[in-house]
Ligand binder design. Structure first.
Ligand code: PRT
Ligand code: ZN
Length: 302
C-alpha cells in the first residue's frame, strides 16, 4: 500500500476513452483544474491544484480506488455495484465509499426478451439463459426474486446473444432503447438505475490531502448545483407577489426591489435551484409577471 506521507497529490481515476470521459474531464475543469497530459497520455497532471487524473478502463476504477492506488474515481453505478458484489464475494472487507452521484452517464440495466416472446412477470425468466456483462447484479436480483435461471457471461455485444442462439434473454445497459429495438428485443424489467458517481478510497487521507479532497467535493457540489440553477428577473404587481413566489421553482428568498415611477409594481430577482421551463414563464405571465429574464448561473458556493 502506498505511503500518504510521500505522496501528497490526489489521484483521480477517470475512464480513458468512452462515454464518461468527456463529462468527467469537463467536471474537473469546471472545478478549476487545468492540466497537461503526460507523454504516454495515461496521466493528466494538474497544474494549479495537487490533483492528477489517471486515465484507465472504467472496469478498473473501483479496484484502483478500493486498493487506495487512487483516492477518488468517477465511474458508473452499474460498475460500482458489480464490483462491490465481486469484491465482497472475494472477501474484501473495506470497499470504496460511494460519495456523490453525478449528473451524467444516465442509463438503466434492464432485461430484454425477443419481441415475439410474452413476458408477464419475473417468473417468465425461470429456466431461461440470460446473457449479461453484469453476472453478480443479475444473480443477486434473481435470488431476491426467487427465480432459477442460468446466467451466461458476455463481455460485450450482449444484444446479439439471442440471435446467435446463445441465450433466451439479455440483461444489458439501455439509454435510448434504440440498440434493443435494432436487435428485435423488447425491454421488460429494470434491475438498476445508473449514472456516473464519485467514489473515494476507504483509507483515511493525510490532513493536507483531505483538505483538498473536501475542497474539490465542495466545488463539484457547486458545479452540479449551478448546472440545475437559473437566475430569474421579472417585474410583478405587488398584489401577485405571493403567487409569483410560489411559482418560482426551488427558490428560497427572492430579492424584491422597488421600481422607479410606480408603487404597485416591483422587481423580483431569484436564484431558482431547478431549471425554469417555458411552462413556468407562461404561468408567471398569467398571474401578472412581465419583463421576465432567465440567466444561467456561472458559479455558486453555499
Ligand atoms: O473501455 P471501457 O471498458 O472503459 O469502456 P466500456 O466500453 O466498458 O464503457 P462505455 O464507454 O460504453 O460506458 C461507460 C459507462 O457509461 C457505462 O458503464 C455506464 O455507466 C454509462 N452508460 C450510459 C452506458 C450507456 N449509457 C449505454 N447506452 N454504457 C453503455 N451503453 C451501451 C449499452 O451497453 C448498449 O450497447 O449503449 C448501448 C445501448 O444504448 P441505447 O441508447 O441504444 O439504448
Ligand atoms: Zn468497461
Amino acid at each position: 500500500m502506498k505511503s500518504t506521507q510521500t505522496d501528497d497529490r490526489i489521484k483521480i481515476a477517470v475512464q480513458k476513452s468512452g462515454r464518461l470521459t468527456e463529462h468527467s474531464m469537463d467536471l474537473l475543469v469546471r472545478c478549476g483544474l487545468s492540466y497537461s497530459r503526460g507523454k504516454d497520455r495515461l496521466i493528466c497532471y494538474g497544474e494549479n491544484m495537487p490533483v492528477d487524473v489517471l486515465l484507465v478502463r472504467d472496469d478498473d476504477i473501483p479496484g484502483l480506488v478500493q486498493e487506495d492506488v487512487c483516492d477518488l474515481g468517477i465511474v458508473g453505478l452499474n460498475i460500482v455495484e458489480e464490483s462491490s458484489l465481486t469484491l465482497r464475494a472475494d472477501g474484501a472487507t473495506r470497499l470504496f465509499e460511494k460519495i456523490t452521484p453525478l449528473d451524467f452517464g444516465h442509463c438503466r440495466l434492464s432485461f430484454a426478451v425477443p419481441r415475439e416472446v410474452r413476458y408477464e412477470s419475473p417468473e417468465s425468466l425461470a429456466g431461461k439463459r440470460i446473457a449479461t456483462s453484469y453476472p453478480r447484479i443479475v444473480s443477486a436480483w434473481l435470488d431476491k426474486e426467487g427465480i432459477d435461471a442460468k446466467v451466461v457471461v458476455f463481455s460485450g455485444a450482449v444484444e446479439i446473444a439471442p440471435s446467435l442462439g446463445r441465450a433466451d434473454v439479455v440483461c444489458d445497459l439501455v439509454s435510448s432503447g434504440e440498440t434493443l429495438k435494432a436487435h428485435d428485443l423488447q425491454e421488460v424489467e429494470t434491475v438498476l438505475q445508473s449514472r456516473a458517481a464519485l467514489i473515494r478510497t476507504p483509507v483515511e487521507l493525510a490532513p493536507a490531502k483531505s483538505q483538498w479532497v473536501e475542497r474539490l467535493l465542495q466545488r463539484i457540489g457547486g458545479v452540479l448545483q449551478v448546472r440545475e440553477s437559473k437566475y430569474i428577473m421579472l417585474h410583478a404587481p405587488r398584489s401577485a407577489l405571493k403567487e409569483i413566489k410560489a411559482l418560482l421553482p426551488g427558490s428560497e428568498a427572492p430579492t424584491i426591489m422597488p421600481l422607479e415611477g410606480t408603487d404597485d409594481k416591483v422587481a423580483v430577482h431569484a436564484v431558482c435551484r431547478e431549471n425554469v421551463f417555458w411552462e413556468t414563464l407562461e404561468e408567471l405571465k398569467e398571474v401578472g409577471a412581465s419583463s421576465m429574464l432567465v440567466l444561467p448561473v456561472e458559479k455558486m458556493l453555499a
